[in-house]
Design a protein around this ligand. Structure first.
Ligand code: ADP
Ligand code: MN
Length: 267
């Protein structure tokens, strides 16, 4: 796409950081490994290997607060493996998104149970979206807190988040159009709201790919419309900064249009 390879930009950023924080980074990395690869998780990964869903886990693509994502070799195409932390402390927030969703009425409320349900929720959301032709990583398998999905790649590397893209105006306009269409399709055809939409959760592999849909809500959830409003606000702010002056207005029109379809349904 862009005139400059997006990875030049990404590399520059990391270079600066690495020089300054080399030692800390290494210590941190060890901590993360210890935390994620406890006996239980090793067993869980082994189970996916025995089921021939994963061959080897390669490098980490991302280490986040709630989950780590790894590149994995499989017997088919490479996969991305998202391992939800079972030691996460933000678990209270998870329940809020699960309860109120008609798909999850009876759940195991133990700590592990909630994390497993969360992973299952992301899997089911990906499945629903993928079935409707929305560009998300296709889900492949799930075991407890480990989700295996298609690996999204661009230029031989993990696809970048749109926030680091060096695109020109026309390319941003095109991406904005796709993002609006995707939000619309999610709502009308999947009856879902992303609920954490931002420039961090849209990857680019030649076109936008929505990711990170664990918190995505069914329209039956009482907070669904608040979340739609928030999603559109956040993402239109980003595109406005990229030079699309009409972004806010267009997001607002889409919201009005989507809300109107709900009222029609009630009549
Ligand atoms: P969280 O934000 O909760 O840590 P995400 O699902 O957003 O989890 O994943 C974190 C990062 O991992 C993403 O921003 C993206 O860079 C990378 N990633 C996630 N899923 C994939 C995938 N299927 N293919 C390639 N990279 C991915
Ligand atoms: Mn994310």
């Amino acid at each position: 796409m862009a005139k400059r390879d997006v990875y030049d930009i990404v590399d520059q950023k990391y270079d600066k950081k690495i020089k300054r924080e080399q030692l800390i980074v290494d210590a941190e990395r060890f901590k993360t490994y210890d935390e994620v690869f406890d006996q239980q998780n090793l067993d869980n990964i082994f189970r996916l290997m025995k089921r021939k869903k994963v061959k080897t886990l390669e490098c980490p693509i991302s280490t986040g607060k709630e989950a780590n994502v790894y590149l994995a070799r499989t017997f088919e195409e490479d996969a991305a493996v998202k391992i939800f932390r079972t030691s996460t402390s933000t678990f209270g927030a998870f329940l809020e998104y699960i309860e109120g969703d008609r798909r999850f009425q009876r759940i195991d409320r133990s700590h592990r149970g909630v994390i497993y349900t969360w992973a299952r929720k992301e899997f089911m959301n990906l499945e629903a979206m993928h079935e409707e032709g929305i560009r998300v990583p296709a889900p492949r398998s799930l075991f407890r807190n480990i989700l295996v999905m298609d690996y999204i790649e661009y230029g031989g590397k993990p696809a970048p988040q749109i926030r680091v893209l060096d695109a020109d105006k026309d390319e941003w306009v095109e991406m904005w159009g796709v993002v609006l269409d995707t939000v619309e399709k999610l709502f009308l055809e999947c009856e879902l709201v992303h609920a954490d939409l931002s420039e961090y959760n849209i990857l680019y592999d030649g076109a936008p790919v929505f990711i990170d849909v664990g918190q995505s809500l069914d329209l039956s959830h009482p907070r669904a419309l608040d979340m739609l409003d928030r999603d559109l606000g956040i993402i239109s702010t980003f595109f406005e900064k990229k030079g699309i002056k009409e972004a806010k207005n267009e997001a607002e029109s889409l919201k009005v249009e989507l809300l109107a379809t709900l009222e029609e349904d009630e009549e």
